[in-house]
Design a protein around this ligand. Structure first.
Ligand SMILES: Cc1cc2nc3c(=O)[nH]c(=O)nc-3n(C[C@H](O)[C@H](O)[C@H](O)COP(=O)(O)OP(=O)(O)OC[C@H]3O[C@@H](n4cnc5c(N)ncnc54)[C@H](O)[C@@H]3O)c2cc1C
Length: 206
């Protein structure tokens, strides 16, 4: 990172934010990441890394650690009150495919953030509170960190993005419904279990 490098603030050190930070720094930007969480968040849901993401993971040098962290889970099984399987969701498209891996979210984020940390300043336990943009850049106010000016701001702070709200207004916040309920709903609908879980989406599950 040389003198006079353009500065960018990445809000959110998740999958998108830490990856963006890594590549922006590689492209010569002076990168700061602000992440709301003080520590690594809990494992949460497993994430499949496949397709184009594999090449990116290889280029970032995290493919081998990802393989080592693989969950090895091949399917989710829904059981009834007596423990009898009622429906399954395969978590790998093809069991013979080597070019994909399922890892716990915290493993993936931890590895990506570690890579970003090599070239970026990571501010934890903080969040943007206000933005003031003009022709030359953007002044950013934080909850804890003193205000700073950046050339560019990247909003990668998740579904309920603070950047989106501050930049485009409260109406820009996304509706709560998402495709996430489709797969379980589809599996349960094919099963004998009667559930109203798909009622909240306005699209039919695949
Ligand atoms: C059940 C489930 C299964 C999924 N499976 C897969 C899969 O197999 N493969 C796949 O590719 N994708 C999968 N996804 C989608 C994937 O999880 C998302 O696309 C991905 O997490 C989006 O990453 P992100 O970095 O944009 O957002 P997030 O992962 O939500 O990260 C946002 C980050 O911003 C931080 N943040 C939030 N607000 C602020 C703030 N105000 N200031 C600073 N930081 C903030 C958060 O702490 C977090 O670290 C799945 C999603 C779900 C829910």
């Amino acid at each position: 990172m040389g003198h006079g490098a353009r500065s960018v603030l990445v809000s959110g050190g998740g999958i998108a934010g830490s990856t963006a930070a890594y590549w922006l720094a590689k492209a010569g930007w002076s990168v700061t990441v602000v992440e709301r969480a003080a520590d690594t968040r809990s494992s949460g849901n497993p994430i499949d890394v496949r397709g184009g993401a594999v090449a990116i993971a290889r280029q970032m040098g995290i493919w081998s650690p990802l393989e080592a962290a693989a969950t090895g889970v091949e399917r989710l099984v829904f059981v009834d009150a007596d423990g009898r399987p009622q429906a399954t969701i395969p978590t790998r498209r093809r069991l013979d495919r080597h070019e994909e891996v399922e890892v716990a979210r915290n493993e993936l984020v931890g590895l990506l953030l570690e890579k970003a940390q090599e070239t970026s300043l990571i501010i934890r336990d903080d969040s943007i509170t206000a933005l003031h943009q003009d022709g030359g850049g953007i002044d950013v106010e934080f909850q804890r960190t003193p205000s700073r000016r950046f050339d560019l701001l990247v909003g990668s702070d998740g579904l309920h993005s603070t950047v989106r709200r501050l930049a485009f207004g409260p109406k820009s916040v996304l509706p709560a419904h998402s495709a996430c309920s489709w797969a379980p709903c589809a599996a349960l609908r094919r099963s004998r279990i009667r559930v109203p879980c798909c009622c909240t989406t306005n699209r039919e599950p695949p």
